[in-house]
Ligand binder design. Structure first.
Ligand code: G3P
Ligand code: CA
Length: 261
């Protein structure tokens, strides 16, 4: 897999499943448990978020603070990697997951290497260039360039990744559509593989799907858990869906295309 690989979906084929924060409806988000649940649900792609600790270590965490998803408190940027490693990231979800940890990106990549799957890595929140350098280094040191797709809401993060590791495919996340998504997508400093709008944003202008496809750019939509929307998005031609319910989407895909066949 590389930047030049197409992520466009051929007509009559299944929606690509991107498991949002792992299988986060079944297990605590962004943990090894949620990644394993996603893998076993049949998702080839696991979406995880990366932030950086006080001492510059990339860790897998969605929120700016550790309060909601661990037994600790405070901004992730105020904690060292050693402090973060002590936190329980599973009990908030259910007692069965007590002892799940906030992983370093390095540990997460090791897990993918040994257990399988690909990573849709969201560079989450604010990052200095040095922090993006460190994230890219982790991917390179683990020799996982061929199995990682990077996305961000921040075009500057993607520009830095493009500069540092031009082989990595890039996706731009959007809450609202740009006036001209194609112009953004094909800009030489980005050359996006995918444009990733929210479902609400896409519904304001579904015509961007064929426009982006004509430019060779895939459209992956977040975060959609409703089978009625999966149906509408499949018919509209989107390439993939970022979902909290990858097992259900895998089942829906199987049923939808069994009937079609
Ligand atoms: O992958 C899309 C989605 O992850 C963006 O929103 O807040 O869940 O990271 P968020
Ligand atoms: Ca995310």
């Amino acid at each position: 897999m590389s930047r030049t690989e197409s992520f466009l979906r051929a007509p009559g084929t299944q929606l690509r499943i991107w498991a949002h924060r792992g299988n986060s409806s079944a297990a605590p988000e962004n943990t090894a448990a949620s990644d394993e649940a996603a893998r076993r649900a049949g998702a080839e792609w696991i979406e995880n978020d990366v932030r950086t600790t006080k001492d510059g270590v990339p860790v897998v965490m969605h929120d700016e603070t550790v309060d909601r998803t661990t037994d600790g408190t405070g901004p992730i940027q105020s904690l060292t990697a050693a402090e973060v490693a002590e936190l329980d990231a599973g009990s908030w979800f259910a007692p069965a997951f007590a002892g799940q940890r906030v992983r370093t990106l390095g540990a997460q990549l090791d897990g993918l290497k040994t257990r399988g799957g690909n990573l849709l890595l969201e560079i989450k929140g604010e990052h200095a260039r040095s922090s993006v350098v460190r994230i890219v280094q982790e991917i390179q040191v683990h020799r996982m360039n061929g199995r990682v797709f990077v996305q961000s809401f921040e075009p500057q993060h993607l520009r830095w990744v493009r500069e540092l590791a031009p082989e990595l495919p890039l996706g731009l996340l959007r809450f609202a559509l740009d006036p001209d998504p194609v112009a953004i997508a094909i800009a030489k400093d980005l050359e996006l593989t995918s444009y990733n709008p929210s479902d609400a944003a896409l519904q304001t202008r579904p015509g961007i799907i064929p426009e982006l496809h004509a430019a060779g750019v895939a459209v992956n939509v977040w975060t959609v858990d409703d089978p009625n929307r999966w149906d509408a998005l499949e018919r509209a031609g989107v390439d993939g869906v970022i979902t909290n319910c990858p097992a259900e989407l895998a089942g829906w895909n199987a049923g939808r295309f069994a009937l079609a066949g």
